[in-house]
Design a protein around this ligand. Structure first.
Ligand code: FAD
Length: 438
């Protein structure tokens, strides 16, 4: 028997690691419910439980979900099923790399082997490099080279008949119950793999044609909503790209370019792991940040969606209620935290980590750095989003803000907590000081 270590690839279709595990013998499937999950929000953990539940259903009950650290569990499962080889998808985030090193060491010490195939990306981080072998720092040339590099066609589906069940010790029903049953997104984001593939097909045949024109409109909400299944590996970007490649329309190229951003951010973090915590291009002097009680109060108002800026507040309330937020609004709330409230991007990124259903370490940290103007290829620091003009442009009928702020236009809604124009000037002055110092 062989073992498949289920990681961020929770699917039966187009899964090279699972196919390798089944190539020569029956395979067992194990997902370690590790200690790191304690730091996830209840909603995110509940979502994972539902995804695992649906994979277990689809695999005829074969998936074992076991509580404990990956290295310990996989060694025990390999011994129990007499598997000499464990197959897994390779991870590239700092935490994923640490975990797979531990698993490898534990298996090898027992005369067993961890073998990798595939990654959560169409092209694995580190593969697309410049002519001189160095990594790309800028998105556009990266995306050209990434397209030129190309990717494999989607793989076949796993053979469910050839899977062998092991016992589970995690009650997925109980874990799934921690989620908010009223959550409207959970109703829309069906957890079944087949449903996700149907949704992908429906998007490609429907909203994709309007993607270029509508992708920035939170009121229309017509983007693909694929970031959630991508975060858990219920669909692979290769499968998505195979579906959009056939579409001639320009909008499909714009959409593919967003998928390329996901690959670029993973590549940047792979080459610069310190970017998970530190600014890759410091834009402001260290003493530019608001600190102490004032910082905590500002942060609290931002987190609760009580800044008095409707687009910021609507976004933060959508996040609190559903674990989701439209990309345009993520940019506006992030810019507001860094450039109007003068708080460090890391604080906002940490809040997103706890709240987002589609949380992905490289995407979150580097998108925050993009907005803060501290990333490798980031918006320049002086690009400061004006939350009011953004709202007028991208939510022209105020449908999005009204949906999330019932008391809008009543005396119950707070006055703007800052003067945007004045804070913009403060940020620009900090930036000039930072430039002068460097
Ligand atoms: P679509 O517009 O339909 O795009 C299709 C796919 O392209 C997405 O599913 C996603 O995989 C990729 N994509 C789109 N925009 C981006 C982008 N800006 N950067 C990287 N990939 C992108 N995305 C995450 O998946 N996880 C995160 O933790 C995350 N944190 C973010 C934090 C901030 C401050 C910002 C500004 C953006 C963040 N994003 C994150 C990127 C983006 O907001 C989401 O991927 C997008 O909103 C998901 O909706 P969708 O699937 O409908 O996107």
């Amino acid at each position: 028997m062989t073992l498949w270590w289920a990681r961020r690839d929770l699917r039966l279709h187009d899964n090279p690691a699972l196919l390798e595990a089944q190539a020569d013998s029956p395979a067992a499937m194990v997902f370690p419910w590790g200690p790191a999950l304690h730091f996830w929000s209840g909603r995110r953990r509940a979502h994972l439980a539902r995804v695992l539940w649906s994979l277990r259903e689809d695999s005829g009950g074969a998936l074992a979900v076991r509580r404990g650290p990956a290295a310990e569990l996989l060694l025990a499962a390999a011994q129990e099923s007499d598997a000499r080889v464990v197959w897994a998808q390779r991870e590239f985030s700092p935490a994923g790399v640490r975990e797979q090193d531990e698993v490898k060491a534990a298996l090898e010490a027992d005369g067993r082997e961890l073998r990798f195939v595939g990654s959560p990306y169409a092209v694995a981080p580190g593969r697309v490099v410049k002519g001189d072998g160095s990594p790309y720092q800028v998105f556009t040339p990266f995306s050209h080279a990434w397209r030129e590099h190309g990717w494999r066609a989607p793989a076949a589906a796993a053979d469910v008949e050839a899977l062998r069940p092991l016992d589970s010790d995690v009650s997925l029903d109980q874990e799934a119950a921690h989620g908010d049953a009223e959550d409207p997104l959970e109703a829309r984001h069906e957890f079944r793999e087949t449903q996700i593939l149907d949704d992908l097909r429906a998007f490609v045949e429907g909203d994709l044609a309007r993607y270029k024109d509508e992708r920035d409109r939170p009121d229309l909400d017509s983007t693909s909503h694929l970031s959630v299944p991508l975060a858990y590996g219920q669909v692979h970007p290769r499968t998505i790209l195979a579906a959009t490649e056939k579409v001639r329309h320009d909008a499909a190229r714009t959409f593919e370019s967003e998928v390329a951003w996901r690959e670029f951010h993973a590549d940047v973090l792979h080459h610069h792991p310190r970017g998970q915590k530190e600014s890759l291009t410091p834009a402001l002097p260290d003493d530019a940040w608001t600190t102490g009680r004032e910082a905590d109060e500002s942060f609290g108002a931002w987190r609760r969606g009580e800044t008095g800026f409707p687009l910021v507040d609507a976004g933060m309330r959508q996040l609190a209620a559903t674990g989701q937020m439209h990309n345009r609004v993520r940019m506006v709330v992030a810019s507001f935290l860094v450039k109007d409230l003068h708080l460090p991007w890391q604080r906002g990124a940490d809040h997103f980590r706890k709240a987002l259903l589609d949380y992905d370490h490289s995407q979150n940290q580097l998108n925050w750095q993009w907005v803060a103007g501290t990333g490798r290829d980031a918006a320049p620091f002086f690009r400061i989003f004006n939350p009011e003009t953004q709202a007028a442009k991208f939510d022209p009928d105020r449908r999005y803000v009204r949906r999330w702020i019932p008391e809008l236009d009543t005396p119950g809604y707070p006055m703007p907590m800052v003067d945007h124009k004045a804070e913009r000037e403060v940020s620009l002055a900090h930036m000039k000081r930072g430039k002068g110092a460097s």
